[in-house]
Design a protein around this ligand. Structure first.
Ligand code: HEC
Length: 93
C-alpha cells in the first residue's frame, strides 16, 4: 500500500509538472484578463509575430499593460510560462 501511494504520488507530481493534471496558474489569469481584444486562437495563428522566448515575454508585458490587468511579476511570469508550455514551446534562453 505504501509503495502504491508513493508511485501514485510520483506519477501525479510528474503529470502536474507537465501541466496536464492540474490547471496551470497562468491559465485562469489569461481566461480572466486576456480575451477582450483577441481570444486564445491568436496564440496559434500561422502569421505569429513572435519568434523567440524574449519576444513572448515582451508581448505579454505589453498586452498586460494594454489589458490593465495589474498583475505582479509572479503572475506575469506564470502567464509567460503557461503560454510557452501550451502554445509557443520556445526554448528558454
Ligand atoms: C487592448 C487589446 C489587447 C488586450 C487586452 C490583450 N491583447 Fe494581446 N494582442 C493585442 C493585439 C492587437 C495583438 C496583435 C498585435 C499584432 O498583430 O501586431 C496581440 C497579440 C498578442 C500575442 C501575440 C500573438 C502572436 O503569436 O502573434 C500574445 C502572446 C498576446 N497578445 C498576449 C496577450 C495576453 C497574455 C493578454 C492578457 C494580459 C492580452 N494579450 C491582452 C491586443 C490585446
Amino acid at each position: 500500500m505504501k509503495r502504491l501511494c508513493t508511485t501514485l504520488f510520483i506519477a501525479l507530481t510528474a503529470l502536474s509538472q507537465f501541466g496536464h493534471a492540474a490547471e496551470h496558474p497562468g491559465q485562469s489569469l489569461v481566461d480572466k484578463s486576456c480575451q477582450q481584444c483577441h481570444d486564445n486562437d491568436i496564440y496559434t495563428r500561422s502569421n505569429s509575430i513572435l519568434n523567440s522566448f524574449p519576444e513572448l515575454q515582451a508581448r505579454v508585458e505589453f498586452c498586460e499593460n494594454a489589458a490593465n490587468a495589474h498583475w505582479n511579476e509572479t503572475q506575469i511570469n506564470q502567464v509567460i510560462d503557461y503560454l510557452n508550455i501550451s502554445y509557443y514551446k520556445f526554448p528558454k534562453p
